[in-house]
Design a protein around this ligand. Structure first.
Ligand code: PLP
Length: 412
């Protein structure tokens, strides 16, 4: 039995099968590359669902990780630390928010946003207790807790986890008019991804977010953006909201905030929202620990100093142009922003999962989302030459599938 098969069999024995991974067993990473246990090298076009924007094992992050780990790791928030304020100060500065509440995972930061919105609804907007409503968008993805899956549109995410939480109203993503119609006196917030990731890389109509902000302001409703996936350079700006608005009222960040080495997330907001939290109203043993804070601060500095948002925009345009130039009947649409691109595969002609499997065999790791969308979201440090190699593999795979493994080429 090959090593790969052994590891996979072992993992299947002891691990709940809540994922369906590609059959590759990784053991090492550096920059945009990862290696498997058979010493085969792959270009990572997935970057851990956008958590590895800095590239694998960034040397500056490893240095900070080691230095801080040998100094002080975990204290809990029962005490102050000398790392938390500098980290959150930097995070507030880059996001134009007033204050932050540190967490670990994206879902925890979304839960924090939900609590903040309800708290503000009762304390600030005087909504009758127990009646606060949060408007969300169809096709959303905000994480996997029982409250969050309660307002998912995906039946398989929630059906068997009932009873579900109430207090959420869902409207069509990208429809500003629907938002205005859904607002009632009990609405405290609109919680939405500025662009949908797990939903299949969906970019809303131009002007939508701007209009959404005006509606929220008109009706005294908080606009809370979940930028766990789109934030920190991924879409070609530091935050996706910057494509349209100055700043929202609340912001959820995670994934790349940990530099691809540690789970770090946060909910950020305006002072009038954040100052409502009091001791005991919320917490996390690990949230904002010294190790997380040191890594988060360094991750933010690297994004700025290496110009990762700019690189994402530049390389994203390059990749988008090259993907659009591929003339294949299997490609229905190419959409995205920055280095965050979804290629929609025509289900009648090919299976996105099979394409990902074939690319894996040729040294490129990508994964389908929402059935027929192949997501290309590499580390933001990827070069045009490295993208060319990926495009070569992608075109070769499309050719092989189209020609039933004949030598037929897909024209470009
Ligand atoms: C927009 C968005 N919010 C929240 C989450 C949940 O993050 P985590 O998996 O770290 O809990 C994700 C994860 O993919 C996400 O894309």
């Amino acid at each position: 039995m090959a090593k790969t098969d052994q590891y996979i069999a072992f993992e299947k024995q002891v691990t709940a099968q809540n994922y369906a991974p590609l059959p590759v067993v990784l053991t090492k990473g550096e920059g945009v590359y990862v290696w498997d246990v058979e010493e085969r090298c792959y270009t990572d076009m997935m970057s851990a669902y956008s958590a590895v924007s800095h590239g694998h094992c960034h040397p500056r992050l490893l240095r900070v990780l080691q230095e801080q780990a040998s100094q002080l790791c975990i204290t809990s928030r029962a005490f102050y630390s000398d790392t938390l304020a500098p980290f959150l100060d930097k995070l507030c500065q880059v996001s134009k928010m007033d204050m932050a509440l540190p967490m670990n995972t994206g879902a925890e930061a979304v839960e924090t946003a939900i609590k903040a919105a309800r708290l503000w609804g009762y304390k600030h907007k005087n909504i009758e207790h127990g009646k606060a409503e949060i408007i969300v968008a169809s096709n959303n993805f905000h994480g996997r807790t029982t409250t969050i899956v309660s307002f998912s549109s995906q039946e398989e995410y929630k059906h068997d986890f009932a009873p579900l939480s109430t207090g959420f109203v869902s409207i069509e993503f990208g429809d500003a008019k629907a938002l205005e119609e859904a607002i009632t006196e009990n609405t405290c917030a609109f919680l939405v991804e500025p662009m949908q990731g797990e939903g299949g890389i969906i970019i809303p109509p131009a002007g939508w977010l701007k209009e959404v902000q005006q509606i929220c302001q008109r009706h005294n409703v908080l606009l809370i953006l979940d930028e766990v996936q789109t934030g920190l350079g991924r879409t070609g700006k530091m935050f996706a909201f910057e494509h349209e608005i100055d700043a929202p009222d609340g912001l959820v960040v995670g994934k790349a905030l940990g530099g691809g080495v540690y789970p770090v997330s946060a909910f950020l907001g305006k002072k009038e929202v954040m100052e409502l939290f009091t001791p005991g109203s919320h917490g996390s043993t690990f949230g904002g620990n010294p190790l997380a804070a040191a890594i988060g601060l360094e991750a933010l500095k690297i994004i700025e100093e290496e110009g990762l948002a700019f690189l994402s925009r530049q390389q994203g345009n390059y990749l988008m142009d090259k993907l659009n130039a591929i003339d294949s009947p299997m490609i229905k649409e190419v959409r995205g922003k920055g280095l965050w691109i979804g290629v929609v595969i025509d289900k009648q002609l090919a299976n996105a999962h099979d394409i990902c499997l074939a690319m894996m065999q040729k040294g490129v790791l990508a994964k389908e989302t929402h059935g027929n969308v192949i997501r290309f979201a590499p580390p933001l440090t990827i070069t045009p030459e490295q993208l060319d190699s990926v495009l070569f593999v992608f075109k070769e795979v499309l050719s092989e599938i189209q020609g039933g493994r004949s030598d037929q080429e897909v024209s470009i």
